[in-house]
Structure formats: structure tokens, C-alpha cells
Design a protein around this ligand. Structure first.
Ligand SMILES: Nc1nc2c(c(=O)[nH]1)N[C@H]1C(S)=C(S)[C@@H](COP(=O)(O)O)O[C@H]1N2
Ligand SMILES: [Mo]
Length: 254
């Protein structure tokens, strides 16, 4: 069979055809994949007029699996020295800074549920009494900026062990006080640099940067570092995320 004849014949509407041509330019040429390879990897039968959206989502899910497979639970993200810290640090959220949520601290409880032996709620003091770990790492936002900061808090692995989490479960999900949500794979949740940060720059997290509790995971892009965490749950069903569900690649490892 000649190389040419292995390419699927695609019958598409002109608008779809244009989308597909763009897709091919953006994605396939860069990755060296042909449309034939894409239909094999994604199970999308391009000949049946599958929507380009569907193909892209399938590509992204395939990409998640490859990234998860390549991810080493041991390899550490780069760390920096104190004099490299970015000051002032940069704020980002899906709303402007003046809308940062106000959290009622005396009543604050972190809820932990899902595939755990002990469903529980935690006060900040209880979290502060768990072993702490500190890091100076770079937060990289998909919008094209990055900043080096210092965070400290409880390694997520320690909390998961405390509540008797099923460490063979696939995902850990996070719900935030500003309706934001996100989730990570278990290998990343157990990574030594994945922490539930209570402090930023050696002081309690300021409201802008996620008071009272945020996830700091330097092996992933900024949007997978939820701030103002209210609840954590362990699950086998991918909980998605605020940006993830709008098409940003779910794994987003760096
Ligand atoms: N609760 C919550 N967490 C969030 C966000 C948000 O809008 N709400 N934005 C994310 C994005 S896109 C980035 S880049 C980082 C920014 O963190 P920073 O404000 O500490 O720089 O927070 C992430 N966590
Ligand atoms: Mo971001």
C-alpha cells in the first residue's frame, strides 16, 4: 500500500474543512502525526465527519495519558534561592483582584472526603500541626508569564496518609471558595513538592494568593494550583477543572 493511499479520505463541509486544515497546521505538522495516525490514536473516524472538537478533545486525553506515563514521581521541579524571588509577586484569577473572596476564618474547615477511611474536617490549627515543607519554585501561568515565590505547608501526601486515603485511586479533586475547581493525578498528589500551602513568603497566605489554603504543585502549570481550597476529595472519576473543562489540557505538566 502506498503512503498516499493510507491517508483517510475526508468528506467534510467547507467550514469543517477549514477548521481541520487549521488543526493540521497547528498540531499535526508540529507533532509529525498524519491524520491517519490521529484517527488510530483517538478512535475518531474522521471519515464519518467527526467534529474537529471531538478530535481535539480525544487528542488532549491521549496527551494526558502520555504525560502521566512520562511523569516521574521522583523528579523534582527546579528550586531557586531567596534572592531570586519575584517581588512584587503576580496575582491571577478568573476575576479581577478586587473580587478576591473574603474567607471567614474562625469558621474555616477543610473538608476531606471521597475514597478515604476517615472523612474529616480540618481547622487551620490542625493543619499547622502536621509536618511542614518549604519550597522556592517558579509558578508558570499558561498566559505567558512566570514568577518565583516561596511557599510552605503540609505535603499533600501527609494529609492523604492521615485520612487513610486510597492511594491507588486515580485522582484528587479540589473545590474552592470562589467556585474554582481543579484536580490532579495521584502520582502528582504524592509527589514530595506537592504541598497544601498555608504560608507565602514566610507569612500566612494573603487573600490575593489563596488565603487560607492553596495547592502548590510546581510540576504543573499555574491553573492547576487552586487557591482558597474548601474541600479535597479522592476519586476514580476525573473531576476536571475550571479551565480544564474549557479545553486546557488536563495534565498540564511542565
Ligand atoms: N481559587 C482559584 N485558584 C486559582 C485561580 C483562580 O481563579 N481561582 N487561578 C489559577 C491561575 S490561572 C493561576 S496562574 C494561579 C495564580 O496564582 P497567584 O495569584 O498566586 O499568582 O492561580 C490559580 N489558582
Ligand atoms: Mo494561570
Amino acid at each position: 500500500m502506498s503512503k498516499q493511499s493510507r491517508r483517510p479520505k475526508i468528506i467534510l463541509e467547507p467550514a469543517q474543512r477549514k477548521q481541520l486544515v487549521n488543526l493540521e497546521r497547528r498540531f499535526l505538522l508540529r507533532s509529525g502525526l498524519t491524520l491517519g495516525a490521529v484517527s488510530m490514536l483517538t478512535g475518531c473516524n474522521l471519515q464519518d465527519g467527526d467534529q474537529v472538537d471531538k478530535v481535539l478533545w480525544a487528542m488532549s486525553h491521549w496527551n494526558d495519558r502520555v504525560q502521566a506515563w512520562l511523569f516521574s514521581g521522583e523528579k523534582l521541579a527546579q528550586t531557586y534561592s531567596e534572592d531570586q524571588i519575584t517581588r512584587p509577586f503576580r496575582f491571577n484569577a478568573f476575576y479581577p483582584e478586587y473580587n478576591v473572596p473574603e474567607i471567614d476564618i474562625p469558621n474555616y474547615r477543610l473538608e476531606v472526603s471521597g475514597k478515604v477511611a476517615k472523612k474529616s474536617s480540618w481547622t487551620l490549627e490542625q493543619l499547622q500541626r502536621l509536618p511542614q515543607s518549604s519550597q522556592i519554585t517558579r509558578l508558570i501561568c499558561i498566559e505567558g508569564w512566570s514568577a518565583i515565590g516561596q511557599w510552605s505547608g503540609v505535603p499533600l501526601k501527609i494529609l492523604l496518609q492521615h485520612v487513610g486515603a486510597d492511594l491507588k485511586a486515580k485522582y484528587v479533586g479540589f473545590k474552592c471558595d470562589d467556585r474554582y475547581y481543579s484536580s490532579i493525578d495521584m502520582a502528582t498528589a504524592l509527589h514530595p513538592q506537592t504541598i497544601l500551602a498555608l504560608d507565602f513568603d514566610n507569612k500566612p497566605l494573603p487573600p490575593d494568593f489563596g488565603y487560607p489554603l492553596r495547592l502548590r504543585v510546581p510540576t504543573k502549570l499555574g491553573f492547576k494550583n487552586p487557591k482558597h481550597i474548601a474541600a479535597i476529595f479522592v476519586t476514580d472519576q476525573n473531576p476536571g477543572g475550571y479551565w480544564e473543562d474549557q479545553g486546557y489540557n488536563w495534565f498540564s505538566g511542565i
